[in-house]
Design a protein around this ligand. Structure first.
Ligand code: AMP
Ligand code: MG
Length: 351
């Protein structure tokens, strides 16, 4: 067990001395969790092999799943990559700081452990004021995956990080809830037509407005086919999974809610404790079960923001099955459905 220092920071009024403590841990080769605008991250000096090893150990993360390097200034990217393609420059100008991760050819100073042996490197500049300042104060590029135990839903609240990682990491910077709630979009910019490897906070539509045509990794599109080998190594593992079994119900909204009611009754008769992941528009339609609204269909950003928190709430309520409504796969709905499909381990009922 490690002695985990809990450092509370108000993002509206940052206490520099307190944040410097967290930065010093990073500088000395330790690991620290911190808030970002997407989800909480678990950081280490990206150029220090031993420090990065500690991230994999604390999370129980498979070593072939590469990490994203977080920077605080555009200057910082130069030493990490071999070249910055023109389209990347335009995207960095438009979307950084923010929830967009770009894949570049890596320079020799980035150790293989950080990129899981790939000759490419993922880089992002977060916009969260605490994340930005922490990176700046540490004076190192910060490798940071999500700050959860591997396989669990990503952490969007400080309680989630404390539950998963207290005793396993050197420090946790608590700085309020993550606003976006799903991880960054990962875009491979090393080929002529850039390819989305993971949908996230920046949508395909947003990207195409700026650089024209963008492809989507078929492994994301064909959601029901787990045999497809994804280009982004992390996408092959079970992910975002609560303890309960998750089943998605897809179809027209009327049919979805009717099917969920039917399945709920059947499962309860079998003695199960059933959770229903509903929306503001549908939550009154269920006559039983533990119903939690994940947000509003007319504002899918609210669903993204609440998704991981609600999955964890179902575990706290000790349900053993979660019947989840699906939403439209446009805009941020694409990222939401990608995470939900993985949480369900591709268990989908079509009605
Ligand atoms: P996490 O930080 O837990 O959200 O995981 C980082 C994500 O970025 C994983 O899905 C990785 O597979 C992906 N990623 C990181 N580096 C690379 C890379 N060099 N090429 C492709 N995907 C990457
Ligand atoms: Mg993760």
């Amino acid at each position: 067990m490690k002695n985990t220092e809990i450092i509370r920071i108000n993002k509206e009024n940052i206490d520099l001395e307190k944040l410097q403590k967290a930065a010093d841990i990073l500088k000395k080769g330790g690991i620290v969790a911190f808030p970002t605008e997407t989800v909480y991250g678990l950081g280490a000096n990206a150029l220090d092999e031993d420090a990065v090893k500690k991230i994999f150990k604390a999370k129980g993360r498979p070593s072939d799943n590469p990490l994203i390097i977080h920077i605080s200034e555009i200057e910082d990217i130069k030493k990490l990559v071999l070249e910055i393609p023109k389209k990347a420059e335009v995207l960095m100008e438009k979307f950084w700081p923010g929830p967009l991760t770009l894949i570049f050819k890596k320079s020799h100073i980035v150790p293989g452990i950080t990129t899981a042996g790939l000759d490419t490197v993922a880089v992002r500049m977060p916009s969260h004021p605490v994340a930005k300042l922490l990176i700046k104060l540490s004076r190192v590029p910060v490798a940071a995956p999500s700050a959860n135990l591997s396989g669990k839903p990503s952490p969007t609240k400080e309680e989630h990080v404390i539950k998963d990682l207290k005793g396993r990491v050197d420090g946790i910077v608590c700085g309020g809830d993550a606003a976006i709630g799903v991880e960054s979009t990962v875009l491979d910019i090393t080929s002529d037509v850039p390819m989305i490897l993971r949908p996230g906070g920046v949508t395909k539509e947003n990207l195409e407005d700026v650089i024209g045509s963008v492809k989507v990794d078929p492994a994301i599109l064909v959601k029901a086919d787990p045999d497809l080998v994804p280009k982004s190594p992390g996408m092959k593992y079970t992910h975002y999974s609560p303890d309960a079994e998750v089943i998605l119900i897809k179809g027209d909204l009327e049919d979805i809610t009717k099917e969920i009611e039917k399945m709920r009754r059947a499962k309860e008769e079998e003695g199960h404790r059933v959770g229903i992941m509903a929306t503001e528009e549908t939550k009154e339609r269920y006559a039983g079960g533990i119903v939690i609204s994940v947000g509003s269909r007319s504002n899918p950003e609210t669903i993204a923001a609440n998704l991981f928190k609600v999955l964890r709430e179902f575990d706290e309520k000790k349900v053993d099955i979660i019947l989840a409504e699906t939403i439209e796969e446009t805009g941020v709905g694409h990222a939401v459905m990608n995470r939900l499909t993985k949480a369900a381990g591709y268990k989908i009922v079509r009605v």
